[in-house]
Design a protein. Structure first.
Length: 115
């Protein structure tokens, strides 16, 4: 199992930017897939972006061109850079790690986009 700690959420105006961080308890190259999910009130949790151990990435259609997932192996950290934020991006964002068929979740960080 992998322990994950997210940070970087907050309140931002529409059009603004935030960078979320997720620190893993083990080297991220050993983790099959790391991803960012989000859950808005009354909605199901959805995948936002993911990166494989080989570096392949994928994004939800709603965030393509605005969000970027990246990693720093020296810090065991995965980032989610969010630009051009919209009110509909408001949600709790969760980091996820998939390792040998087992999933681990962080505690979540709130992102609120509002004027």
């Amino acid at each position: 199992q992998v322990q994950l700690v997210e940070s970087g959420g907050g309140l931002v105006q529409p059009g603004g930017s935030l960078r979320l961080s997720c620190v893993a308890s083990r080297t991220i190259f050993s983790i099959d897939v790391m991803g960012w999910y989000r859950q808005a009130p009354g909605k199901q949790r959805e995948l936002v972006a993911a990166i494989t151990s080989g570096g392949s990435t994928n994004y939800a259609d709603s965030v393509k061109g605005r969000f970027t997932i990246s990693r720093d192996s020296a810090k065991n950290t995965v980032y989610l850079r969010m630009n051009s934020l919209k009110p509909e991006d408001t949600a709790v964002y969760y980091c996820n790690a998939q390792l040998r068929g087992m999933g681990s979740w962080g505690q979540g960080t709130q992102v609120t986009v509002s004027s």
